[in-house]
Every structure is written in structure tokens, then in C-alpha cells.
Design a protein around this ligand. Structure first.
Ligand code: FRU
Length: 485
């Protein structure tokens, strides 16, 4: 693995030509995605600034241009009119001023009137590497590039640790106020959220207080990327707690969870109806963010980074890494989130193949098992050996995914076997495979399992328990992977 010096990781990009060779080289990789958003060069991580504005979906991702390394982070901007076909729009935010000299870190967006507003964390570091996070804003310009405000909206609080970032902007109609939720850490290293309020988007921000979540006073050491949305009259709080191990998550210390409940903006209390749940049961799913302005009170649209902080992926050798998940639709049912792939994704189905035990590199697989225990082995060798095995235990209604059989193993110490428990017996698996990712939706969105997967040239077979019905389609590429900086 390449060792990066701090200087290399935090180098500023001055000219697109500086990364053209890297782009040309990585475009030849067999692991480049075809219908998922991925870094134009280097590394992508969190989704940022996801909103619908004047009929166009805007999304940015945390981007480090130089290679598969978390260094100086930019926002890279992509756009779509249907959430399925995406185009590169170039750099969204550049870390080029005092307040963000070491990165334009994660944040959100809101469309209001004629403008699209972005809120992000300016990651300032002194020469001695002391960090000061600022909450900053930008407005989309006529050239489709966000223009940053000269001054931050507010700086950090000194009664919390340096971890204060990832502003999520929300409008509260009842109070006629905007609120910003900031992921934070207390001085005694507990994860929390800080709330700011203002009647206006670009000024007037004051600290409202710390979010209270009864029962969650000691839950992880930092809550990254908070997101709050109202679905069918319930508030849903999604966040990524870190620095803690949680049950059923093997050795991982980074997670993405949700709570369903009620948010009271007077007392700044989120009262959960019950416990937390994992947003996704897979190996790689983090920093999920929903879009603002979806326009349907019963649905939210969510997208996540198929990856985890601190993890390493095989394409590091090729100097790139990262992918977004497919956008998902979130709805509520029986006190749970139901997550389905973005509607219209079926328009990407190209040819329906006669299932013959082989897997195209980019495909959708639909498997309806017969009753009872069931096995599905993806990315197996021709003789059925190896692969990523999904075993369903009917007695416990649990799918177990074991990736130890793959030729390319990675993040072994974090865990290579995870369970996806179901509420109802397994009836259907909808699986989206792109060249280096696999997303599994069980029982029409009752549970999901997302992971990177890097099959080698021999690993393109699948086996399935007799009696299951299988449908298979190749997928049409829908994300243009062109060189726009
Ligand atoms: C989550 C995160 C955010 C931060 C960003 C920096 O993965 O650590 O909290 O803003 O990544 O890239």
C-alpha cells in the first residue's frame, strides 16, 4: 500500500491537467462502476449537498483528487434529472481559503426561492495541526458552480471537542425558522448533535442547544453526518455513530443507524419510539444523506457512501476508491423504514438473460427462494467454489453473508461475515451488481445489505438452491464517467 506524506495528501489541485493521466489510467480499471456515481479521480466518500432545485438533482461527494487517500477534501458535483442518469459537473467546492484550508468537509443543501444553498464544514487547521471547524455556506451560481460566502456563518463552540461538523439544514414551517444540525462530540467524548437556528439562510445564526435524545446519551463517540426528515408524520433521525462497537457489526467501529420518533424544536428533544436500527446490514454503508425538497410527505430519497472510514479497498493499488450507493426511496411501514431502489431503475434493464449460472459484470438479479433454508453464492468460480455466500436460515429468519471465499479479501480484521435479520420469511432478493459493488434488497426493502465486491476474472458464476426462481438482466450504463474538473 502506498504511504502518503501529509504534503502529498493535502496538495491543492490548481489545474485539471494535473489529474488527467490519473483519470485516463483508472478509466481502464475493470472495477469502474457503470450505473453508480464514483470519483472522477482519486477517492470519493460521503454524499453532500443532495437536493432537487428547479427540476435538477444536485449531489456532491467528498473528493480527494490525488489517489485512494483521505486528504484535502473537495466537493465534487454531479447532476441528474431522474436520479438514475448522472453527469459530472466539475468541482463543487474548493478548499482555497483560510476557513477551509484543510478541506471542505461534509454538509447539505436546500433549494429556496431561486437559489440553491449549500452548507458545509470548513476544516481549518493551524500549522501545528490544531483543528477549527467552521460552518460555511455557498450559493449555486449561474455557471452551475457553487460560490462560497467569504465568511463562515459561525465557528465552533469551545465547550465541545474539535469534532463539530456536517451541517444538515432544515426548514421548520411551524416556527418559521431554519435549523442546522451539526454532528458533534462532547468534551468527554460522547457523540451528539448541536443545533443552531436562524430566520434567514445566510445570516442570523445563533446556538439553540444540544439535541437531547433520551436513551442515547452514551451512544458512540461522535455522530457524523446527521440527517433528519419527516416521513408520513414521523421524524426520522439518521446518523453515523463512530468509535464504538455495536451488536451484530463484527469488529467495525463505524455504523449508520436510524431512530423513528418525534422532534420537538422547542425543547430540542428527539423522542424515539423505540431502539435504534441499522440503516443497512452490509459491510460498507456510511454517511447516508437524504435529499431536501422531495415533495412527497410519505417518502424520502437517500444515498450513501459504499465504504467506511478507516477501511481500505483493493483499488487503492490503482489509485482510486469509492462509490455512491444507488439512491433509495425511504418509506415507513409498521414502525420501520422500508428502503427500495430508486423507482425507474428498472428502465436500466437491458437484456433479460436466461439464467445459466453466469453473472454479467453489471446486472440485476431477482431471486425468489422456495420456503425453507436457502443458499445463494455470488461470484463463485465455474465449479461453484469460492464466492460471496448468502445463507438464509428459515428458523431464525436471518440471511448471513460470508465474503471469505472471494479471491480479493479486504478489511478482514473488521469482519467478513455479517447477518441481515428479517422480520418476515424471506420471499425475494433484489440484487444490484455493478463492477465493484453489490446491493441486496430483501423482501421489497424490509432490509438491505450493501458491500463493495471485487470479483476476479474467474469469479463470475452463481449457484442457488433448487426451487428458487431467478431472473437476470444486464444493466445499461447510466453514469457518464467523463473528465470534467
Ligand atoms: C464522514 C466524515 C465527515 C467529514 C468528512 C470528511 O465520513 O468524517 O464527518 O465531514 O467525512 O471527509
Amino acid at each position: 500500500m502506498k504511504e502518503w506524506t501529509r504534503e502529498e495528501r493535502y496538495r491543492e489541485l490548481h489545474d485539471a491537467e494535473e489529474v488527467r493521466d490519473l483519470y485516463e489510467r483508472i478509466s481502464k480499471s475493470v472495477y469502474r462502476q457503470t450505473y453508480h456515481i464514483q470519483p472522477v479521480t482519486g477517492l470519493s466518500s460521503d454524499p453532500n449537498g443532495f437536493a432537487l432545485h428547479k427540476g435538477v438533482w444536485h449531489l456532491c461527494y467528498q473528493w480527494c483528487p490525488w489517489g485512494a487517500v483521505h486528504g484535502l477534501k473537495y466537493w465534487y458535483h454531479v447532476t441528474s434529472t431522474d436520479l438514475i442518469h448522472w453527469r459530472n459537473a466539475g468541482i463543487g467546492l474548493k478548499p482555497d481559503c483560510f476557513y477551509d484550508n484543510r478541506g471542505t468537509h461534509s454538509g447539505s443543501a436546500i433549494s429556496s426561492g431561486d437559489d440553491l444553498y449549500f452548507f458545509y464544514t470548513g476544516n481549518h487547521r493551524d500549522d501545528d495541526w490544531t483543528r477549527t471547524p467552521y460552518t460555511c455556506a455557498a450559493v449555486l451560481g449561474p455557471d452551475n458552480r457553487p460560490k462560497k460566502l467569504e465568511k463562515p456563518l459561525f465557528g465552533p463552540r469551545d465547550d465541545y471537542s474539535e469534532h463539530q461538523r456536517d451541517p444538515k439544514i432544515v426548514w421548520n414551517e411551524q416556527k418559521k425558522l431554519y435549523f442546522i444540525f451539526i454532528g458533534a462530540q462532547t468534551m468527554d467524548k460522547r457523540g451528539t448533535v448541536l443545533i443552531y437556528k436562524s430566520p434567514e439562510l445566510l445570516k442570523g445564526w445563533t446556538f439553540a442547544g444540544e439535541l437531547k435524545v433520551p436513551g442515547f446519551e452514551k451512544f458512540g463517540g461522535m455522530w457524523e453526518c446527521p440527517y433528519i426528515v419527516n416521513i408520513s408524520g414521523k421524524d426520522v433521525l439518521i446518523f453515523s455513530p463512530q468509535y464504538t462497537k455495536l451488536p451484530g457489526r463484527a469488529e467495525s467501529t463505524n455504523h449508520n443507524v436510524y431512530l423513528i420518533g418525534a422532534m420537538d424544536y422547542d425543547s430540542l428533544t428527539f423522542t424515539p419510539d423505540g431502539g435504534y436500527r441499522y440503516l443497512d446490514f452490509g459491510f460498507d454503508f456510511y454517511a447516508a444523506q437524504g435529499a431536501a425538497n422531495v415533495g412527497d410527505p410519505d417518502k424520502a430519497i437517500l444515498i450513501a457512501w459504499i465504504g467506511l472510514p478507516d477501511n481500505h479497498y483493493p483499488t487503492e493499488e490503482e489509485d482510486w476508491e469509492g462509490s455512491m450507493s444507488l439512491p433509495r426511496e425511504l418509506r415507513l411501514k409498521d414502525g420501520r423504514l422500508v428502503q427500495t431502489p430508486i423507482s425507474g431503475i428498472e428502465t436500466l434493464r437491458d437484456k433479460e438473460l436466461t439464467p445459466d449460472g453466469t453473472l454479467p459484470a453489471a446486472c440485476e438479479l431477482e431471486v425468489c427462494p422456495a420456503d425453507g433454508d436457502f443458499d445463494l453464492n455470488l461470484f463463485a468460480k465455474a465449479d461453484g467454489s469460492g464466492g460471496m455466500r448468502l445463507h438464509y436460515n428459515a428458523a431464525t429468519k436471518t440471511c448471513t453473508v460470508d465474503k471469505t471465499g472471494m479471491d480479493k479479501r479486504f478489511n478482514q480484521s473488521v469482519g467478513e461475515v455479517l447477518d441481515m435479520p428479517l422480520d418476515t420469511p424471506l420471499k425475494k432478493l433484489q440484487i444490484f451488481i455493478d463492477r465493484s459493488s453489490t446491493e441486496i434488497f430483501a423482501n421489497s426493502g424490509e432490509a438491505t445489505f450493501t458491500t463493495r465486491s471485487y470479483p476476479t476474472a474467474d469469479e463470475f458464476h452463481y449457484t442457488v438452491t433448487d426451487g428458487a426462481s431467478v431472473k437476470l438482466w444486464t444493466m445499461t450504463p447510466s453514469v457518464v464517467d467523463d473528465f470534467v474538473i
